[in-house]
Design a protein around this ligand. Structure first.
Ligand SMILES: [Ca+2]
Ligand SMILES: [Ca+2]
Length: 100
């Protein structure tokens, strides 16, 4: 019984698709205080926007994976790790770079 319900929820989940550049720009747009980094609250907004059922948890997990220097924020050079995390958890899909 549980499975069909879960599947219908999966279908409703919005997945953002874009090139690496577009998706990183999407993340950057959540830098509310303009310090060039994404802190936990800003990451929570990212995952909320991506339709996560547990955005606060996702923000924590993202920091665990992507915050390489342990400052509690995702900096510019850590964005690719954040993207990797989002792809792994089916929040975003990377499209091939546009030609031309
Ligand atoms: Ca920030
Ligand atoms: Ca960091």
């Amino acid at each position: 019984m549980g499975r069909p319900a879960f599947m219908s929820w999966m279908k409703k989940k919005s997945i953002l698709a874009g090139t690496v550049t577009e998706l990183q720009d999407f993340f950057r747009s959540f830098d509310a205080n303009g310090d060039g980094r994404l802190n936990r609250a800003e990451l929570k907004n990212v995952f909320e926007k991506l339709g996560s059922m547990a955005p606060a948890l996702r923000a924590l997990q993202a920091l665990l994976l992507a915050d390489e220097n342990g400052d509690g924020c995702i900096s510019e050079h850590e964005l690719d790790k954040l993207l990797e995390f989002a792809v792994k958890h089916d929040h975003v899909v990377i499209l091939p770079k546009k030609q031309g």
